[in-house]
Design a protein around this ligand. Sequence first.
Ligand SMILES: Cc1cc2nc3c(=O)[nH]c(=O)nc-3n(C[C@H](O)[C@H](O)[C@H](O)COP(=O)(O)OP(=O)(O)OC[C@H]3O[C@@H](n4cnc5c(N)ncnc54)[C@H](O)[C@@H]3O)c2cc1C
Ligand SMILES: NC(=O)c1ccc[n+]([C@@H]2O[C@H](COP(=O)([O-])OP(=O)(O)OC[C@H]3O[C@@H](n4cnc5c(N)ncnc54)[C@H](OP(=O)(O)O)[C@@H]3O)[C@@H](O)[C@H]2O)c1
Length: 443
Amino acid sequence: MSRIAIVGAGPCGLSQMRAFSSAQANGADIPEIVCFEKQNDWGGLWNYSWRTGTDEYGETCHGSMYKYLWSNGPKECLEFGDYSFEEHFGRSIPSFPPRETLRNYITGRAELAGFRDWVKFGHVVRDVNYIKDANQFLVRAVDLLNQKDAEELFDYVVVANGHFSVPNLPTFTGIDNFPGRVIHGHDFRDAAEFQGQRLLIVGASYSAEDIALQSKKYGATSVTCSYRTTPMGFDWPDGIEELPLIDHFDGETAHFSNGAKRDFDSIILCTGYLHHFPFLTEELRLITTNRLYPGKLYKGIFWTDNPKLVYLGMQDQYYTFSMFDVQAWYARDVVMGRIELPSYSEMQSDIDNWQQREESLTNPSEDIDFQTDYCKDLSTRVDYSLDWDLAAQNFKDWEHHKEESIIGYRDKAFRSPVTHAHAPTHHTAWWEEMNDSTEIFLS
Ligand SMILES: Cc1cc2nc3c(=O)[nH]c(=O)nc-3n(C[C@H](O)[C@H](O)[C@H](O)COP(=O)(O)OP(=O)(O)OC[C@H]3O[C@@H](n4cnc5c(N)ncnc54)[C@H](O)[C@@H]3O)c2cc1C
Ligand SMILES: NC(=O)c1ccc[n+]([C@@H]2O[C@H](COP(=O)([O-])OP(=O)(O)OC[C@H]3O[C@@H](n4cnc5c(N)ncnc54)[C@H](OP(=O)(O)O)[C@@H]3O)[C@@H](O)[C@H]2O)c1
């Protein structure tokens, strides 16, 4: 029987285990699976922790989650095809759940499937080496609690360690002498910390948008977002503005490239994350920016130089959990011999085609169609289905709602691509709702 190592038990690792457990439930013989997870529980980024910097074992903290984080896309765009929200919660729930509620859904499917004993918690993978003669991977992991190293051979390795954990940290002239706090979004935990402050946020994507709104909602005096390429351009509530990139700092004063200057108390760098694989040797390591179709991955999954190395969820993400599922289902079927991979040159030309199309995309609507087509391409070849066209339409409606009202888009309700039922609206407007507990959300 072949053996598979999975690095990480976040949503991607869970999707991979769910794919195999579902085949097993349908009577298939499945390979032996060992999932190494450095945290003490599964859920990946969805495990909120107060810790920043290093964890209880001295390892780097994985988490980038913060208090009061609500889903930034409708749940009807990320719903599992084989496990609806309605099935999990016993009824239809509003479209933008807070962090704790989403975690409950993600881990709920895993608990029900019952594969917890496939996971070695508190185990960090240090090295993955391909042993050519054996056509296997030698994986070295450390049992963090007992500080014991162990090496094991595997036929396949699934890389599912996420790519929103290691911050991208640019610097700016004069920032060393800025008198206030400077952090990256990865270390942001509680918006209330910035109450009464003049806050500078660098970046113009989802983290910048959400941390700006959170901070204003929980009492920051003013928030200025500084963009490098394009402003987000929303109709911001009073007290939030956008300016071009910082040229330099002079004490607490930031000088912007258009000549504007402002004084600040704190800075949050929302400048994205690095794809980071310290446990992979150079010939196995994906090097990419955060894009819709990273290179060298056939079907966005298989490392073309050695397709027994599988990467999940490495794309820039409109779709999340359902995309991770179709990738995992596809990978499972390749491992189990149900799908055959083509030659190296055919894989490369397939990647080239997708990347050429990606390079021609000009707006979010085309991006959404691109990633929808990608998910459909995978799902037509495996036993995984949902109404991808409805999910795509939900994404496009969501984009319009955000343009209409950046503080109001989370008050909308969508139709499930799994059950086709329409969600109820939430009892309180998101901008007014200060409590993000599951109990209040579901009440
Ligand atoms: C602040 C923030 C908010 C987000 N909000 C949303 C949202 O609202 N909706 C949405 O759909 N998506 C959201 N996302 C996107 C997020 O990427 C996905 O939801 C999802 O968590 C990705 O799953 P993953 O398994 O790829 O990675 P992760 O969730 O990052 O999980 C990776 C796992 O690998 C483990 N690991 C890492 N290295 C090792 C190692 N060497 N050895 C062993 N284990 C290791 C980690 O401990 C972790 O458990 C958000 C991301 C961020 C950063
Ligand atoms: N649920 C939620 O509410 C929520 C909240 C936060 C994050 N998220 C998720 O987290 C993930 C990551 O989002 P993200 O916004 O952190 O990363 P991201 O989407 O990769 O965006 C990175 C941003 O940093 C900017 N940047 C990079 N280098 C820079 C530099 N040197 N100077 C100035 N700006 C620089 C980029 O600018 P350019 O445009 O110029 O490249 C871009 O705006 C997404 O999947 C998102 O959905 C969700």
